[in-house]
Design a protein around this ligand. Sequence first.
Ligand code: SF4
Length: 495
Amino acid sequence: MSAFAASLARNDGSTTLVELVPWAGPLEHEAGRRHRETAQELVDDERVTALTVTDNAGGFVRLGPLTLGQAIHNMGGECVVHLACRDRSRAALQSTVYGLASEGLTNALALSGDYPKEGFGGRSRAVFDIDSVGLISMLRDAGAHGPSFTIGCAINPFKAIESDLVPQYLKLALKVRAGADMAITQVGYDTRSWSELLQWNATQPQPIPLMASVYILSKGVARVFNSDGVPGIRLSDALKSWVDEQAASDDKGRTAFLEFAAKQVAVVRGLGFAGTYVAGQRNAAEIDQVLDMADDFQPDWRSLLADIHWPEPTPYRLYEEGPVPQLASDRPSAPTKMKRVPMSYRFNRLVHDVAFEPGSRGFKVGARVYGALESARLLWPAHVLEQAVKIPMFDCQDCGDCSLPDIAYQCPEGACAKNQRNGPCGGSIDGECEVPGRPCVWAVAYDRLRPYGEATTMLERAPVIGDNALRGTSAWANTFLGRDHYARNKQGEAS
Ligand code: SF4
């Protein structure tokens, strides 16, 4: 068991991860000197459980996390390596996983990853061959053939609207079933959202250790967060004003921001998180200061709640208000009004029930017809017809392993920038995708499924991992002839 896993197992608030963001350049590059020195000092700090290394965070290209992870390992430190699905196919991810295992780097944070921002000669192409749920499954599987991984995942409990927030929790439950050992929150400034996550976790069949992110603010960082410059992070106008006021002081607000972070660490521990994930430090001394102050604040953490609670103006809540406004109770919130479901969606459901639902008469007919077409080598005209229907209706990308029924008749490849087949990434804001100009498919799916009583169970299924061998072939044929993920998952359940 890694030192990180052992610390998590204690679940007493003491686990401390500190984030390192690699630089653009080789390991020994001058640009990384300060980071390498900071890493060594943090490795020597007994209060820091492990360092975590980001993987092209924000979509910006940096030194790979495996290289810096190895360097930290060689310094004698414990490391949690971020692995994002954005830049690597499943084959490349799997070979990276073998590399991690070989180096003894067996703590991994499985992420979908932010959409690419820059690259050599222009913007990089996003891969998203599998998503974070698929990656968790891969890491869990790797443990069967080598050292087992301690697998982390992300959760964003700070969404302001119901159709963004609830699917985050549904996806977390799916990640846990797929093999996640722990979860780390996105950065946020709403203590009630933290306590809602803890409350929800306590009601789950398999509660996991949770960690909360604390970012040491600065005026510039607050401006970026406030303007939605980092996918999924919200920082309210009120908090931005407070940050600007502090930044006018002689030390540009640094003392106030370190104290703010320390109060957050104290509250995180007091609330019952397994620990804290700290980011935004300029050097190791700042981490030392934050942890010292957090220890001092700890006994009286409840009195700090109001200082660090900066929610959105009218956020959706999973639970009613608790004993104080900054905390949740254990009473679920009253149901909200449902949205109208478009006619096209009702029509698609009807067609699915009649023709594509396994066991239906239409499905049996389809299986016979497509079997005969395949024997006669006449699948191609059926494929052309299928595409003539699905491209205008769904922006179908002809992946051959169709997930339309999984996402309330939206194509994960055409309508979702990250091909998310197992629930939303963390990047949506108020129902909009982190890639501007389109809605988040999972927020739409949630609203469409609510009137049918299926919204909260939409991810109660095995992880969906598309098979690229089917690309460019008829998805209808693959459904009727038992070659797509529905059939594969059914076989998996049976065995
Ligand atoms: S559509 Fe939703 S899940 Fe897909 S990338 Fe955008 S925010 Fe993420």
